[in-house]
Design a binder for this molecule. Structure first.
Ligand code: IMP
Ligand code: MG
Length: 240
């Protein structure tokens, strides 16, 4: 089974005042649920341990801290015999994609075995306000036909219903890649899930609307480092 770090439903996250949050968003967020340090920077973890609530601490497995680094290691172990094409799902995936690529590059530089890595981008849209629309649209990016015969790693920010990823996998499979794996930084625990699970998962999160680290609400909050829970008031404020 895929290992992931579970953030419990009753986790209230961390108080905003413990972290640096842009002034223009201070009124819009309930709490910090995943500090950016936990995603990518091992040096910050000691600080987070000092601050974290008991329930959050309990679910942290020390071996899986710095999730992106560990995901990079697992991916290279499984796909590392071959050239990997990393396909970034824009826009939400861009921060996770950039950090994950950095870790894979570091592994390549520091090991006897290394794997060539190229990058492609696709832009999908399925959300309006905090609701998934039934229609997943490709609205830009590289031609998927270039992925025929390749080992493709799809890099996504969050899987909620699973519809976006199922649609993309169907499109991609029409182009006959050699291998396809999916890594998603987050998977939401929700009754709306189709049951789809990615091959690699960073964190499993409660059924809340999350923003920051490139995840948006109607294009806002991509300029926020930490992953935070959006307040109901902000959903109204930024509604389209
Ligand atoms: P799905 O098709 O329901 O699995 O939704 C996947 C897509 O919806 C993701 O790629 C995100 O772009 C967006 N999404 C789903 N949940 C959230 C959230 O909590 N915050 C921000 N974007 C989300
Ligand atoms: Mg996305």
């Amino acid at each position: 089974m895929t290992a992931y770090l579970e953030i419990a439903d009753d986790s209230k996250g961390h108080e905003l005042s413990l972290f640096c949050v842009p002034k223009h968003y201070e009124e819009d967020l309930d709490s910090v649920i995943i500090p950016s340090g936990l995603i990518k920077d091992r040096n910050l973890l000691t600080d987070i341990f000092g601050m974290a609530s008991a329930s959050f601490n309990e679910c942290i497995n020390v071996k899986t801290l710095c999730r992106t680094e560990r995901l990079a290691r697992d991916i290279v172990r499984d796909m590392g015999g071959h050239h990997i094409v990393a396909l970034c799902v824009l826009k939400g995936g861009y921060k996770f994609f950039a950090d994950l690529m950095d870790f894979i590059k570091t592994l390549n530089q520091n090991s006897d075995k290394s794997v060539p890595l190229t990058v492609d981008f696709i832009r999908l849209k399925s959300y309006s306000n905090d609701q998934s629309t039934n229609c997943v649209k490709v609205i830009g990016g590289d031609e998927l036909s270039a992925l025929t015969g390749k080992n493709v790693l799809i890099v996504e920010d969050i899987v909620e219903t699973g519809r976006t990823m199922e649609t993309l996998l169907k499109l991609l499979n029409e182009c006959h890649p050699k291998m396809v794996k999916v890594v998603s930084l987050l998977v939401k625990r929700t009754p709306r899930s189709s049951g789809y699970r990615p091959d690699y998962i960073g964190f499993e999160v409660p059924d809340k609307f999350l923003v920051g680290y490139a995840l948006d609400y109607n294009e806002y909050f991509r300029d926020l480092s930490h992953i935070c829970i959006l307040s109901d008031r902000a959903k109204e404020k930024y509604k389209v």
